[in-house]
Design a binder for this molecule. Structure first.
Ligand SMILES: [Zn+2]
Length: 339
């Protein structure tokens, strides 16, 4: 129905359009008369001349346009080159610029200003710097782990040396394995939140072999609460020597240890050992509050993280706690504690 009606209405229009096209085509499509007919030259008409002129003018204009375009392109190229040079110059300048001095860098962080010479732990463990650091070296009783950052306050370096010596004296062939302390001038240390102000040290556990004898370790090994290692089958967490380390650190006469971070499972193990050994009440209490497992730090199941307190002489510039954090959290102490 619709198509036949459509046909009836539009057919005449279509026919008329087609006719118009047929009629118009010669005028639209016929090639212009050639200048020569049968080889005979025909002088161009006025209109042709005018047309030629117009074409020539267009060509000129085009040529000018092209020139302008070419100029514009050249300018762009020049600009690009200039920019490239500018970039190079900037890069050179950046390279030449002296590295920001440590003092300037830390001034931005509003760290306390040190007005004296000599060793100083400045700022917080997780945002600080270090002045007058000394380097820890390996000895008979202490092994520095490969590529460890071994700078710290002299107080911490000496404490570790004393403790390692004492444990080796009591348990021959004991070697304390020490990881990162701080960088020479402190500051951020890859892989650690703290260790920035010379008061932190990672100390590997004392490990016994399957016969219970001291094993010389070169890397940290993780232990669970049963004292076994998931990665090293023969390795045992040496309760006696690890507790002795804790005791030695907490009872040092010269340097106060603020925290010994360790996993909750190993903390419980060490406290249970202390209980079994019937250690003095105040020592047990000290261990209970110093052995912590910070909620927002590594698990510490393969090393102790030892932090010394701010030395008295550095009060005012040495910040005891990490900034932006609450006090390290710890699970409720053993309820069956006799103390
Ligand atoms: Zn650490």
């Amino acid at each position: 129905m619709f198509s036949s009606r459509f046909y009836r209405v539009f057919r005449p229009i279509a026919v008329a359009l087609a006719a118009a096209c047929l009629w118009a085509e010669p005028a639209m499509a016929a090639p212009p008369k050639a200048d020569s007919v049968k080889g005979e030259k025909v002088s161009p008409s006025k209109a042709d001349k005018a047309a030629d002129k117009a074409v020539a003018k267009d060509a000129k204009a085009n040529a000018k346009g092209d020139k302008d375009t070419a100029k514009a392109i050249a300018k762009v190229d020049k600009d690009a080159k200039a920019n490239a040079k500018g970039d190079k110059d900037t890069a050179k300048a950046v390279k030449k610029a002296p590295k920001e001095s440590a003092a300037k860098k830390y001034a931005k962080d509003d760290l306390p200003t040190v007005t004296f010479k000599g060793p100083a732990s400045v700022g917080a463990p997780n945002r600080g710097k270090l002045q007058g650091a000394v380097k820890l070296h390996s000895s008979r009783s202490l092994k520095l782990r490969d590529r460890a950052h071994a700078w710290a306050l002299p107080e911490l370096v000496k404490l570790l040396q004393r403790a390692a010596g004492k444990i080796a004296k009591k348990h021959p062939r004991s070697v304390m394995l020490v990881g990162d302390l701080s960088q020479k001038f402190g500051g951020q240390l890859t892989g650690h939140n703290s260790h920035q102000s010379g008061r932190d040290a990672d100390v590997g556990f004392y490990v016994a072999n399957s016969k219970g004898r001291p094993a010389a370790m070169t890397r940290f090994v993780a232990f669970d609460g049963t004292g076994k290692s998931g990665s090293v089958g023969w390795a045992q967490f040496d309760d006696a020597r690890n507790w002795l380390l804790v005791e030695t650190l907490l009872t040092d006469k010269e340097t106060k240890v603020r925290y010994i971070f360790v996993s909750n499972a190993l903390r419980a193990r060490l406290l249970a050992y202390a209980l079994k050994k019937k250690v003095a009440k105040d020592l047990y209490a000290k261990a209970e509050s110093a052995l912590l497992s910070p909620r927002d730090a590594d698990v510490h199941d393969d090393h102790f993280h030892v932090r010394i307190a701010c030395p008295e002489s550095m009060k005012g510039i040495c910040l005891e706690e990490s900034v932006g954090k609450s006090k390290p959290a710890v699970k409720a102490p053993n309820n069956d504690s006799p103390y």
